[in-house]
Design a protein around this ligand. Sequence first.
Ligand code: UDP
Ligand code: MN
Length: 272
Amino acid sequence: MPEAYQAFVTLATTDPYCMGSLVVGKCLRRHGTTRKLVAMVSPNISTEARLSLEDVFDEVIVVDMLDSRDRAHLFWLGRPDLGITFTKLHCWTLTQYTKCVFLDADTLVLCNVDELFDREELSAAPDPGWPDCFNSGVFVFRPSLETHSRLLEHAKMCGSFDGGDQGLLNTFFSDWAIKDINKHLPFIYNLSANAIYTYLPAFHKYGHQAKIVHFLGRYKPWHIPNKQQPPTDAPQWDTNRNLDKYVDQWWAEYYGHTKMHADEPQELQDVE
Ligand code: UDP
Ligand code: MN
């Protein structure tokens, strides 16, 4: 049964990102995925964070931290923390699986998305900032030690034009923009929160079809306390309250109870 060898994979190198990974796992379970769930974590996360992930995920795998050591580029991008996303490349070493879907820890899965496994490596949705690049928050890949070493070699030789994994992956899978439209995931599989502002009419027309929301950018749901005012230095989150709905849902998932290996999709209880 090929499904037994397929997995959703996420990554967290800090306790706050573990909160995000936990929500990713809980949403996937609640929507009745038939695939395995894998959380990659770095050795520094707390025991509590690790135990809560173990409640939800089939495997919690400790990986070494990789850093692009490309401070100049990261500084340019204004995101010195993103070097850590090079750790993402470890997902290609999960060769106990034949096909995987990677989900950033800052994604919220709104329904069953198992159909993503019908896609091939490397399938991903366009980045809202430069649509000829794919966004690396959601992608379909095939674990392979050979691809993994080629990626590391590529990183060493060419670096990453944005200092993070997205720049590297885009130059490695460089024909994504033009070669095969089947590898272009619809935007509803990686609806970047900021697209709600940049193209509001499209959000009004198509937003209800969203399957995965991505809280891309500096401010994550776990920075916005549940049902409270955003911190004063936060960007104006959502004057139209469109994003608020997803932040509330994120917190409801975070506090929701998850039955391990649910056979049926579960109801989400609203959290007050
Ligand atoms: N990540 C992590 N620790 C960090 C930064 C990032 O574990 O300190 C992981 C996490 O899975 C996160 C992904 O790398 O979702 C990409 O980073 P982020 O989502 O913050 O980047 P963005 O999507 O905002 O560009
Ligand atoms: Mn992200």
